[in-house]
Design a protein around this ligand. Sequence first.
Ligand code: C2O
Ligand code: CU
Length: 502
Amino acid sequence: SIVALGGWRLSPRPILSPGASPGPGNTLDRTPLAIPPLDTGVISADGVRTFELAAQTGETTFTAGVRTPTWGYNGAFGGPTLRAANGEKVRVVVRNELSEVTTTHWHGMKVPALADGGPHQPIHPGKTWAAEWTVEQPAATLWYHPHNHGTTEAHVYRGLAGMFIIDDKVSPEDSPLPSDYGVDDVPVVVADRSFAADGSFDERRRDAAGMLGDTLLVNGTVSPSFAATRELTRLRILNGSTARSYRFELDAGPLLLVGTDSGLLPEPASVAGVTLTPGERAEVVVALEPGQTAMLRSVPHTLGLLGTTERASGTRDAFDVLELTRGEAGSGGGSDAVKHASLSDLTDWVDAGGFFAAAFPAEAEPDKRRTVTLQDNKINHRRMNMARIDEVVTVGDRERWFVTNEHFLPHNLHIHNARFRVHSIDGRTPAAELRGWKDTVYAPPSRTVIIDVEFGTSTDPHLPYMFHCHLLQHEDQGMMAQFVVVRPGEAAGPLDTPAIRD
Ligand code: C2O
Ligand code: CU
């Protein structure tokens, strides 16, 4: 009943004793986890993998008898899980069926600025926008969401968000990592909401962090339970909240971390838990014995003063996130035998990728150093200005960013069209969960996080990318800045985008 993984062990959770009374967390009270539809697009005549998304309004029943007005892509809430592979050409055609401007941004994707879907690529009501690019990055769990300056928080909160899975060129079936979507490879989009008396999302309950809801939705399901049918289940956890951070732990023992924001780890790491601030992702593998039940929880944590502000706003900071159950052998429908990868295979697999060590030798000196300071709704003491270029990046340069949160509140930092590794936090080596490729990182109050950044190679002196706090209230209020990527010696700007011309 123990799965070995190169030197460490996952111990199963004690089985509930017979006659134990049903209570919170008991399967009886829980709802099967909704799995967003998988959308692999269609290969169009020009060979491009093409997806279609419609941003629309609808109504969702989160709790029996209560109807909540919601927004979604190709549905009332959330969005399909898009999936493509490294090396492929993709196109996403987005139609705005809302009554206001929105945009669709591919968070974590290396893309030309024109396809980024940030505030400079508005989609007006009734219009469509087509983004096209070649996927040039290793397997990772990315996501997509609106990014219209000033309304990002509201659009995401109402439900516009979906996952975008990138596979390696090697077929995922050859990986020992579970890869059967919805069966043993499971999206876990976590977001908190508050409900008003009439059942609508309450957008008024907010404090300095943003909106901290008292109800957790996982893929839109309240109190979800996932019925595992195989020994190993891979959870792709996305913190899709607009403001809340989580410390995820499994009551059955440590989590096996296999990936972070922008890719798989060089080898799996056993961690007590993972902390995800808004926008961050973690891929973990959970092993369950037949008959075993485990609970993924969010435990109370301290992120600077966040704990204090949560209590002030009367919200909870501990949640049961997702129950995982596995039927007794023979009762689960016969799929148990399909895949019995051993966890120790994982090390060989991810090592074989080789991209990690090759791309960024830890000792390498950066080509450029940059200072980024965070203040109350400001970056480097300035609020977002759509017409201003804040930083100019030369294509191919490796940059070391010194990110200091000078504010007393927790923030984080997300950089578009880039991936980075955390070099250190206040001079200390980052925790295992921060050692992989990232695109978003927590910036604790009064500390300096040093990151080594690698940018996408597309250049355009007139079209900016964003970097910003991913607590969306802060982003909307101006905690965002713009950079362009130029060729060596090329002059930056002036910016020339529809959003500026209009
Ligand atoms: Cu997830 Cu600039 O955003
Ligand atoms: Cu912030």
